[in-house]
Design a protein around this ligand. Structure first.
Ligand code: NDP
Ligand code: OXD
Length: 313
């Protein structure tokens, strides 16, 4: 009989093959749900992103659940999540770096009028323009300044932008202004020419990107949502863009994914839409963190990056 730890991967069809090899290399017996035969009682660990609600509670001997992503809302929206089982989220420098790159890229595309120049090239027009706003006057607000938000903030600060962050608790990051709690939210918004959402999706942050929040931003502000589609009220964003209050938006995440072909977002002239690719979890890196987490548990050591289930992130 195998003494290897037994893990179940709950992943979309076809993804299992990316994970089985690095997990086997870490001496973990990995089954793929929907593909391999396994006995539910043998499963000690689970790995996934958005498991079907109610499924995890059918595994009676779970010791820990590992999220493939940094965001764990796909687990906590399951009313039957077995709350005695620790949920570990994916925190990794490579993931944060990719996220920060994506945010910096979309700030710069807008700040440097890249789409206007691409259009001019298509028309073979030599169209020179000043920067819409000097860099030192282009204020960036990070809505959520945790693992990823802090890295993106530092990269933008290093490019010369004034950067601030809003979080539940006060932060001390060199050169970055910290706003904390509901009482400082309006002051944070009114000085954000770019607003970058990097909050976790929780009952407190659901639909936070709504008409009232947009009204609190300076006229011409640009919104980047790379967190979760559930943060955004899509019709409110479209109304704020169409009225001219907001100048544009980059959206990587959507309330319904894949974004339906009929969504007005695809063709909106002021929206850049990407298919949830701001960062892609690397199977090799994430498998290693799962293997390390299981080994820590087996040595009786505490797991890292365990989610506070009551706080919701
Ligand atoms: P963290 O948990 O490290 O940071 C979350 C931040 O949000 C913290 O600063 C936290 O404040 C703040 N926050 C949470 N709730 C509130 C609230 N009610 N009011 C004010 N501030 C709040 O998360 P990460 O940086 O690792 O990830 C952020 C999100 O990015 C993920 O949850 C996920 O949804 C998304 N993501 C998207 C990806 C993509 O490809 N598009 C890839 C990876 C992640 P405090 O520090 O005070 O606790
Ligand atoms: C994540 C994601 O949470 O990919 O890591 O969205």
């Amino acid at each position: 009989m195998s003494t290897r730890p037994v893990l179940l991967m709950i992943v979309p069809p076809g993804w299992g093959r990316f994970w089985q090899e690095p997990l086997a290399a870490g001496n973990v017996q990995a089954y793929v749900h929907g593909q391999d035969l396994y006995a539910p009682g043998d499963i000690e660990y689970a790995l996934g992103f958005r498991p079907k609600p109610g499924f995890l509670k059918t595994l009676p001997n779970l010791k820990a659940v590992f999220s493939l992503g940094a965001g764990i809302d796909g687990f906590l929206t399951d009313p039957d999540y077995p709350r005695h089982v620790p949920l570990v989220r994916f925190v990794d420098d490579t993931l944060s770096t990719e996220m920060a790159q994506f945010v910096v890229m979309h700030v710069l595309i807008q700040h440097r009028s890249e789409r206007m120049y691409a259009g001019a090239q298509r028309e073979a027009k030599w169209r020179q323009a000043m920067l819409p706003r000097a860099t030192e006057n282009t204020r960036i607000g990070m809505l959520g300044i945790g693992e990823i938000g802090a890295m993106a903030a530092e990269r933008l600060r290093d490019l010369g932008f004034p950067v601030s962050g809003w979080s539940r608790t006060r932060k001390t990051i060199p050169g970055i202004k910290s706003f904390a709690g509901a009482g400082e939210r309006d002051a944070f918004l009114e000085q954000s020419d770019f607003l970058v959402c990097l909050l976790p999706l929780t009952p407190q942050t659901h639909h936070i990107l709504n008409a009232q929040l947009f009204a609190g931003l300076p006229k011409g502000a640009y919104v980047i949502n790379v967190a979760r589609g559930g943060h955004l009220v899509e019709p409110d964003l479209i109304a704020a863009l169409d009225s001219g209050h907001l100048s544009g938006a980059t959206l990587d995440v959507f309330e319904t994914e894949p974004l339906p072909e009929t969504s007005p977002i695809w063709k909106h002239p002021k929206i850049v839409a990407t298919p949830h690719v701001a960062a892609i979890t690397s199977p090799a890196v994430a498998a290693k963190s799962v293997v390390d987490g299981i080994a820590a548990l087996q040595r009786g050591e505490p797991l890292k990056n365990v989610v506070d289930l009551d706080r919701g992130y």
